[in-house]
Design a protein around this ligand. Structure first.
Ligand code: PGA
Length: 259
């Protein structure tokens, strides 16, 4: 039985349109996961709220902030971007290569690959997204090839630090997730191009009903959640489900005082 620490990540996207709304949701999550200590919960609010949230929220070892994007360069003429140096004090995790960035904002594979290297160099844990546009007969080989392309320059240690999120684009925000069987074929193939220690997540229309089916897959180390991460109760239910799976697998609390 593997002992990779489970990770539940909430990607708020461009939602919570006021700081007050973001604070309410963030505090709700923090309060709800205070005693859910076998897993790490990460919330990724819009960049503009990160300064306030990172200063206001009490620090817990198993609750972290993430950014939804970052640029690869440290400073310069890059209008509209945030640098890794700016985000370093605020967050531990950064989502990279989300399909909304590659499709709507036309981020290329080489830009994403540069961001992976830069975020690792700056000490973040990157959450690197890959996913096919349409359901396919052979998603596993295709996704393994895409991931390999993105991470081929990384060392074994860097690959261990990386988190990969398999997010079939057709499942994102559609209400139709991949079946767990479909997802597992891809997750297992992604593991072959990473390491036994790399955490690999599933994402795409995850809710509290379908989450347990993914969390119990042998190669699924957690979930990347969009829409449902904006709904406090269902999101906390999923965190609890992940904690239950971790407990069944014999994982200890991540909280040094409570383990
Ligand atoms: P969804 O989004 O859970 O709303 O499908 C997932 C994502 O885009 O990360």
């Amino acid at each position: 039985m593997h002992t990779r620490e489970k990770l539940i990540v909430g990607n708020w996207k461009m939602n919570t349109v006021s700081l007050a709304e973001a604070e309410t949701l963030a505090r709700g999550v923090l309060h709800g996961v205070e005693h859910i200590e076998r897993i790490t919960t990460v919330i990724c609010p819009p960049t503009i709220w990160l300064v306030s949230l990172s200063h206001e929220l009490p620090k817990l070892p198993h609750f972290k902030l993430g950014a939804q994007n970052v640029y690869s360069e440290e400073s310069g003429a890059f209008t509209g971007e945030a640098s890794p140096l700016m985000l370093k004090k605020l967050v531990d995790y950064v989502i990279l290569g989300h399909s909304e960035r590659t499709h709507i904002f036309r981020e290329t594979i080489s830009m994403v690959a540069e961001k992976v290297v830069s975020t690792l160099e700056h000490g973040f844990t990157p959450i690197l997204c890959v996913g096919e546009d349409e359901p396919s007969d052979q998603p596993a080989a295709h996704m393994a090839q895409r991931l390999n392309h993105l991470v081929s320059e990384l060392t074994e240690m860097e690959l261990e630090q990386l988190v990969v999120a398999y997010e079939p684009v057709w499942a994102i925000g559609s209400g139709t997730p991949a079946t767990p069987q479909y997802a597992e074929t891809v997750l297992a193939a992604l593991r072959h191009v990473t390491t036994p220690k790399t955490r690999i997540l599933y994402g795409g229309s995850v809710n509290e009903q379908n989450a347990p089916g993914f969390l119990s897959l042998p190669d699924c180390d957690g979930l990347l959640i969009g829409g449902t991460s904006l709904k406090l109760k269902p999101f906390l239910t999923i965190c609890q489900q992940a904690d239950d799976v971790a407990q069944a697998a014999g994982h200890l609390s991540l909280h040094p005082h409570h383990s």
